[in-house]
Design a binder for this molecule. Structure first.
Ligand code: SF4
Ligand code: SF4
Ligand code: SF4
Length: 271
């Protein structure tokens, strides 16, 4: 699997056929047709059963939406138990067996990506995982949604290669494209990039305003503190959650320190 994988979507090429959506459902074993509307379904069409969607905008613009696989994901930073993880290669994945259902990830994501299985007896948070397991095992060489696109509106490669491709397209046709690569710097950079001939600020949950370039994790905890308990849906005290997060960080730091110590020890032994 390549390091720092990235998906580039060129909105000007998308025809809205939704073959990417169908391919995503197929490879991830999601229902072919969405269940009837239920609490948690969003206006953009994303749901626990639909990890990528096509937003229909005026004048035949079709805008693909999926997890952006942020370089510094807010969802990972707020998860008290580490169920959401940033993998060493880059994609942000989810471990159902650890999730305790607090849904902080849903509240923290600047793009409104994670969705909850509201009508499941054993609910999970669901979202695009950039086909991580299948890419890692070598079963596929690019995400299913990319392979399925008949227009090559979405491409796959390293983030550097996708940025270079995006820049080339913007330079080649400056009158056609808005001169922005969405995701290049936004919230510290993302591994799903978009270029388009229309503004794409509406993809963020920031009332149409740009999100800015600073990573969100540092700011997210402060924003989550005032969220009412009834929305969280459990009587978990904030202080307790904060304690767990801090403890998780401390343990990770200690583990990192111990690993470094071991490595130094081994190096010394080899000499
Ligand atoms: S887009 Fe949202 S769900 Fe995806 S990695 Fe970023 S914060 Fe997490
Ligand atoms: S990368 Fe994989 S999981 Fe994500 S939208 Fe595409 S097919 Fe679905
Ligand atoms: S498969 Fe390609 S052209 Fe069709 S909706 Fe998805 S991104 Fe657009």
């Amino acid at each position: 699997m390549i390091q720092n994988p990235c998906i580039l979507t060129d909105v000007t090429k998308c025809i809205g056929c939704e073959q990417c959506v169908a391919a995503c459902k197929k490879i991830n074993g999601l229902p072919a047709e969405d269940a009837p509307p239920r609490p948690g379904n969003s206006v953009d069409g994303l749901s626990a059963d639909r990890w990528t969607t096509i937003i229909r905008r005026p004048d035949n613009h079709f805008v693909r939406k999926q997890c952006r696989h942020c370089a510094e994901p807010a969802c990972v930073s707020v998860c008290p138990v580490g169920a959401l993880q940033k993998t060493p290669e880059g994609p942000v994945i989810y471990d159902k067996s650890i999730c305790m259902g607090c849904r902080y990830c849903m509240m923290s994501c600047p793009y409104g990506i994670p969705h909850y299985e509201w009508n499941s007896a054993a609910p999970s948070v669901r979202k695009c995982i950039m086909c991580y397991g299948n890419l890692k095992s070598g079963k596929i060489s690019e995400p299913a949604c990319v392979t399925a696109c008949p227009q090559k509106a979405t491409l796959f490669g390293t983030r550097d290669a996708m940025l270079a491709e995006a820049r080339e397209r913007l330079q080649a046709e400056p009158g056609k494209y808005v001169q922005t690569i969405w995701g290049e710097h936004e919230v510290g950079g993302t591994s799903v990039l978009l270029i388009a001939d229309i503004p794409l600020e509406f993809l963020a949950l920031n009332q149409g305003h740009p999100l800015g370039d600073k990573p969100l994790p540092e700011r997210t905890w402060a924003a989550l503190k005032p969220v009412p308990f009834e929305f969280v849906g459990m009587g978990l005290l904030m202080g307790g959650v904060y304690w767990i997060i801090e403890r998780r960080k401390k343990l990770a730091l200690e583990a990192g320190g111990a690993a470094a110590k071991d490595t130094r020890g081994e190096a010394g032994h080899e000499k």
